[in-house]
Design a protein around this ligand. Structure first.
Ligand code: ZN
Ligand code: ZN
Length: 377
């Protein structure tokens, strides 16, 4: 469906950088795909951020690329025939820097309103007096779990966070909300606690980083909730409903339900829509099954590694991941991924805490039935 629908209005690079595309939905609504450059390190390269401009009754933009990309994105919009002044609002798929980095710049030059999940509005703020003692209180609540060294954050991130803190947000609630005549949002936490999927008229589903082709989105960790518990009160009181692998799998199941209600949905991910000169069409049911299988396999592999005795997350990561993924900051991302799976394995009682930082296998393997029993909320 994607391949027949897509009209390339600007050719770009083989990974999609600098491309512009037009998708005409059967109802006549048009979606312009505008991928902006996004490069971290080679081994963990996600490819550009695909921002989507939806041209229905009220023109709006989903996501704004990484920090520094705002003006570039506005120019890309203009080249596609839409001026920034026509934008009614911008809605965020979630609060990661490769999605909201260009937001402030665009708001400054267009006065478009900003809509995002309520949790986003809480986490982008600074709480110098309420921050727990063991976190960097000079940064917003979204950063309290960050593993990057303070010197790095002060140099690379502070400006972005200070700008973000000046934004006025129209809060989107939990569950299912209407934000336009035929536009609905669904709260799909897990990759990020504030993640949203945006349904355009029952024809297209913009899924952010929750479902990606080729790569598996990393889940957050339930442990992150402990630091922001006070900030998210009173609406959110349970870690596992917005953070971690259990929340993520529930959200996948929610998306699967939407896919069953609206057949022939065009699924638009925030990365890798086009990669290596190839379009990646997503079949929602199939891709969600693959992602759930992937996490089941990873849990099984962790238990296998723990058969020889208790290990720390770092040791498990070293045994589980391929060497190139463990280079530089890669080891921390890998460790994070393992910790997220160990949280689920602890909940299913297949893993016990060994000492302060280690995990051991209890000998059971209930995780698969736990994963199967998780229900879309
Ligand atoms: Zn993300
Ligand atoms: Zn992303």
């Amino acid at each position: 469906m994607l391949q027949e629908m897509v009209e390339v209005i600007q050719e770009g690079e083989e990974n999609g950088n600098n491309m512009a595309i037009r998708l005409k939905l059967p109802s006549g609504v048009e979606i312009i795909g505008l991928p902006t450059e996004n490069f971290y390190v080679k081994e963990w390269d996600l490819g550009p951020t695909w921002n989507y401009l939806v041209l229905g009754d009220q023109p709006f933009l989903v996501d704004t690329g990484k920090f520094g990309m705002g003006q570039k994105l506005l120019k890309m919009m203009e080249s596609a025939g839409v001026s920034g002044n026509e934008l009614e609002f911008i809605v965020l798929s979630h609060g990661h820097e490769d999605h909201d980095g260009g937001l402030f710049e665009i708001v400054e030059s267009t006065r478009a309103k900003v809509k995002a999940h309520r949790i986003y509005d809480r986490l982008i703020r600074f709480y110098p007096t309420e921050a727990p003692a063991d976190v960097n209180k000079n940064f917003p609540a979204s950063c309290w779990h960050c593993f990057m060294p303070e010197s790095f954050s002060n140099q690379h991130c502070l400006g972005y966070h200070q700008e973000r803190n000046r934004l006025k947000i129209e809060q989107i609630g939990d569950g299912h909300c209407k934000i336009g005549k035929t536009i609905h949002t669904y709260h799909v936490p897990g990759h990020s606690p504030d993640a949203l999927a945006i349904l355009v008229g029952g024809e297209a589903l913009i899924v952010g980083d929750t479902v990606l082709p080729q790569i598996t989105p990393f889940p957050s960790r339930e442990a992150f909730f402990d630091q922001v518990r006070e900030i998210l009160k009173p609406q959110n009181t349970q870690a596992q409903s917005i953070y971690g692998l259990r929340a993520y799998i529930r959200s996948l199941k929610k998306l699967e339900q939407i896919g069953r209600r609206f057949t022939d949905l065009l699924v638009l991910p925030a990365h890798r829509l086009f990669h290596n000169n190839h379009w990646n069409e997503i079949n929602l049911q199939l891709r969600i099954n693959e992602l759930i299988e992937h996490h089941i396999d990873r849990c099984a592999d962790i238990l296998k590694i723990l058969k020889q005795g208790p290990k720390t997350a770092r040791q498990i990561a070293a045994a589980h991941f391929e060497e190139p993924l463990l280079k530089g900051f890669g080891i921390m991302m890998a460790e994070n991924e393992i910790l997220s799976h160990c949280e689920l394995l602890s909940a299913s009682k297949d893993v016990f805490l060994a000492g302060d930082t280690g995990f051991g296998a209890t000998g059971s393997s209930h995780f698969e039935s736990l994963i199967q029993s998780l229900e879309a909320e």
